[in-house]
Design a protein around this ligand. Sequence first.
Ligand code: DAH
Length: 327
Amino acid sequence: MSKQVTIESVRTEFRTDSKLVAKNPEKHESLKIKFLGRKGLVAKLFSQLSKVSDKDRPKHGKDLNNLKYEISTFFDKNKKNKAGSSTGPTDSTLPGPKFKIGYEHPLQKTLDDIKNIFKNLGFSIAYGPEVDDDFHNFSALNFPEEHPARDMQDTFFIEKDIVLRTHTSNVQVHLMEEEEPPLRYIVPGRVYRNESISFKSYCLFHQIEGLYVDKNVSFADHKAILEFFVKQMFGSNTKMRFRPSFFPFTEPSAEVDIWSEKSGQWLEILGSGMVDPEVFKSVNIDENIWSGFAFGLGVERICMLKYGIDDIRLLYQGDIRFLEQFK
Ligand code: DAH
């Protein structure tokens, strides 16, 4: 049978032994095992705890924890000192540590690329509120009262009539309220949707809205501008198509798809159309004088297509192993 030990006997033994470590640092490891190892003295004391009477156990347990704390602190501190002193004198001629250089985030790069293409076409950049009222996010854009986009399932409501904007189209309304045409703007920004998070959707993402209002703007102008954008962004050989679609605030409406060789299918990259006369009416612009087109691009979508990223969540995790691939 192994020798019985007491808290007191272990404490005395530790205090004697710890002086030894100070003189012989190489004893550090073996003494640590002697006291703190799986079969060490402290473990032994703990295994004896069950034999202590119920009455004495709380005090005994506390004493034992104090002892364990004293011993572990000693070994932790000693290890640090040892590491500190082992570096020796500094050789100032050695090369310093290498610093990693940061790179532009692929999402930022995509945003900047898109902005530059439209800037070269004479568009200015505007920004608008991320928290907005129902009028700017929905009503003025001709969304009927019972439209499913207004559903709590899809939209984050702050109050009854205040939402986190679900698209950057709200800024179309602000721009037309605040300025007289002609207008030629793009609006980058964050938008929010109450969607379950998956590889293809996130509760927050980025859009760039475009708005072009002038006299005699035609559907052909709208087509030409978007075609130019796609060829600049994805290369002049990119296959693209305009597909008829529906948005409450444009008439006629279209979606633009580009052909993906990799996945062998058409992929949607933006929605667009001619500004619906109802929208002009809600912001007091005379639809008999002015016409225009609007479009909305999903920045994450374009970024993922351009760089072959297959999970949207990668864009928000700040994982350096992912980001380093975009040097
Ligand atoms: N707001 C639309 C969305 O979030 C995108 C969009 C479609 C914007 C057509 C437009 C447009 O300006 O004309 O799905």
